[in-house]
Design a binder for this molecule. Structure first.
Ligand code: NAD
Ligand code: MLT
Length: 543
């Protein structure tokens, strides 16, 4: 049973989808914050929120069983993404469900601002019929500057074109040719747009680059009488600078749906003529809320029931099919990581993974993450998974490099791992036969074919008769059964150095390992424990 917490008010259609699923137990707990929120999150597998709740790093320090947070909406600025990634929690959003509603709200504000709809009605309610005071301006023929030509920016452009406006746009991630195809004149900088736009609207996230995008200096460049609209995120316009710009008359009007601090019920702007404001209503339509709630419920259902990830904002997306298609490689890589974690006697400083053959054409980023998870998971208290493994590795100063080669070798696919710890470098390579027969085929220069599961007794020895018999005798006296056995040489010649790997049904006692280590011709005896052959990591569908 997966436990789901709903942290903000969610449209009934989304809630119903989750509640109707017999695999889910759903609790609606709105208004949580701080420590109480952190404690609550740790008790659930998945969370759904809108913008009301604030998920700080402190809320995610002990993430417990939490695996996913879905934001029913676009902006994830109320969730600390770095902390979520570190905690191994995937964060997803619903990027398109409220695009149209927000674009329509932007157009509504442009029109209302131009025709003084708000103040004219206020004056009427006060008993005045003041036709002269509220003369507005027509949109047709005017220039609208749009900063940010993503989903909403483009939807605003299409609607403004229907109103016969000329569109100037700036977005560093939209090719100029594409902008022209959309009927938008591309600007090279925001500064270039400022003296030309009669209206300026922003549709970017709030980032270090977009914070105070329009402040005192930019306001001086604006076309006199310009009207500014923000339905994206508070903070993109410097609110104090807007007050001064309105006072000086440089700015003709301001319409804001979003504020640097929300809720915002008291702003000097609210008292000024030419200002129109709404309380973050861009996505507040029945249609948008139903759509984002439905999308959020679907994303969380897919993730919790199949492991598939879509619309993630902190990790690469992968669906269940993609995961299943590479499950064998993920397993081998994870097992190699687990093996190597138990090998060096000092902390690793560098890992190198080389993918050869078919596997090099697969999603090696995930296969690498599986190795990193295997390497770290037993050392760390926290849950380590495909989402946070690489980050956790790098945070510990462990370098991770990968190389791909599609050249065929002895095996159709080979995953070669190298871990450097102190002055020791361990090399191991694995492959999968069929779908789920995981094999260790190279270890420190020795070629062999050992099962990559369960308890492995590994030792180096001189390639002389009687070694396996002597080891087997000690294990027999301990009543430890040998399930599988592999020996390998560095070359085809007899008599040199060799390696032995025995799969044991039970771990040998320390005394047995010491006795084996004391055998003549034997050295470097180690016991390594790997998952059973049918045991999957939780991120691959188990647990
Ligand atoms: P999007 O990701 O589709 O588009 C954002 C665009 O901004 C991208 O094309 C990106 O290239 C561009 N961009 C990023 N940095 C830029 C910069 N420095 N200069 C110029 N362009 C830059 O997102 P979207 O769905 O269009 O949403 C846009 C914003 O609207 C988001 O902040 C979102 O949170 C907000 N939003 C608000 C409401 C509301 O209720 N008011 C509703 C939905 C979305
Ligand atoms: C969003 O980012 O989706 C909007 O701000 C709307 C909302 O918060 O619901």
């Amino acid at each position: 049973m997966h436990r789901i917490i709903i942290l903000d008010k969610l449209a009934p259609v989304g809630l119903q989808l989750l509640q109707d699923n017999p695999a889910f137990e759903v609790d609606v707990r709105t208004g949580l914050a701080g420590e109480e929120l952190g404690k609550a999150l740790a008790d659930y597998d998945g969370a759904v929120c809108r913008s009301g709740v604030t998920i700080t790093p402190e809320c995610l320090v002990n993430a417990g069983r939490l695996k996913a947070i879905v934001r029913a909406g676009v902006g994830t600025d109320n969730i600390d993404l770095a902390a979520a990634t570190r905690a191994g929690v995937v964060v997803m959003n619903t990027p398109s469900g409220n695009t149209v509603s927000t674009a329509e709200h932007t157009i509504a504000l442009i029109l209302a601002l131009s025709r003084n709809v708000g103040p004219a009605f206020a004056s009427l309610k006060e008993g005045r019929w003041d036709r002269g005071k509220f003369q507005g301006s027509q949109l047709a023929g005017k220039t609208l500057g749009i900063v940010g030509l993503g989903r909403i920016g483009q939807a605003v452009a299409r609607r403004a074109q229907a109103l016969e406006m000329r569109i100037l746009g700036y977005d560093p991630f939209l090719a100029e040719d594409r902008a022209r195809e959309l009927g938008i004149e591309p600007a090279e900088t925001v500064a270039e747009m400022l003296p030309r736009a009669d209206y300026l609207t922003v549709h970017t996230p709030l980032t270090d680059e977009t914070r105070d995008l329009i402040s005192v200096e930019q306001i001086e460049q604006l076309k006199p009488g310009v009207r500014l609209i923000n339905c994206a995120r508070g903070g993109i316009y410097d609110e104090a600078a807007l007050v001064d710009g309105l006072k000086s008359g440089r700015i003709g009007g301001v319409a804001l749906d979003v504020f640097a601090q929300e809720p915002c019920t008291d702003s000097p702007l609210f008292q000024m003529p030419g200002v129109l404001a709404t309380p973050h209503l861009g996505a507040s339509t029945e249609e948008a809320q139903a759509e984002v709630a439905k999308e959020a419920a679907e994303l969380l259902t897919e993730f919790l029931t199949t492991g598939g990830i879509r619309c993630a904002v902190n990790v690469p997306a992968f669906d269940a099919e993609r995961l299943t298609g590479i499950a064998g490689f993920l397993n081998v890589s994870h097992r190699l990581g687990r093996l190597m974690a138990q090998w060096p006697r000092t902390a690793p400083s560098r890992c190198r993974l080389r993918y050869r053959g078919d596997v090099s054409g697969k999603d090696t980023k995930l296969v690498t993450a599986a190795f990193a998870a295997g390497l770290l998971e037993q050392a760390l208290e926290q849950d380590v998974n495909l989402i946070n493994a690489e980050l956790l590795l790098r945070e510990r100063g462990i370098e991770l490099a990968t190389e791909l080669s599609d050249e065929p070798g002895t095996f159709r696919s080979l995953i070669m791992a190298e871990v450097t710890a102190g002055d020791e470098t361990l090399r191991a390579a694995g492959t999968t036969f069929g779908n789920d027969m995981y094999r260790l085929v190279q270890l420190n220069g020795f070629r062999l074919e050992a099962y990559l599961d369960g308890c492995l007794l590994m030792f180096q020895h001189r390639d002389v008769p009687g070694i396996i018999g002597a080891v087997g005798k000690i294990l027999g006296e301990e009543n430890v059964n040998i399930a599988q056995m592999a020996v390998g040489r560095a070359s085809a010649a007899r008599g040199g150095d060799a390696i032995g790997v025995l799969n044991l049904d039970d771990p040998p006692s320390r005394d047995a390992v010491e006795r084996i280590g004391a055998l003549d011709a034997l050295r470097d005896v180690r016991v390594v424990t790997l998952p059973a052959w049918d045991e999957l990591p939780s991120w691959l569908g188990a647990g």
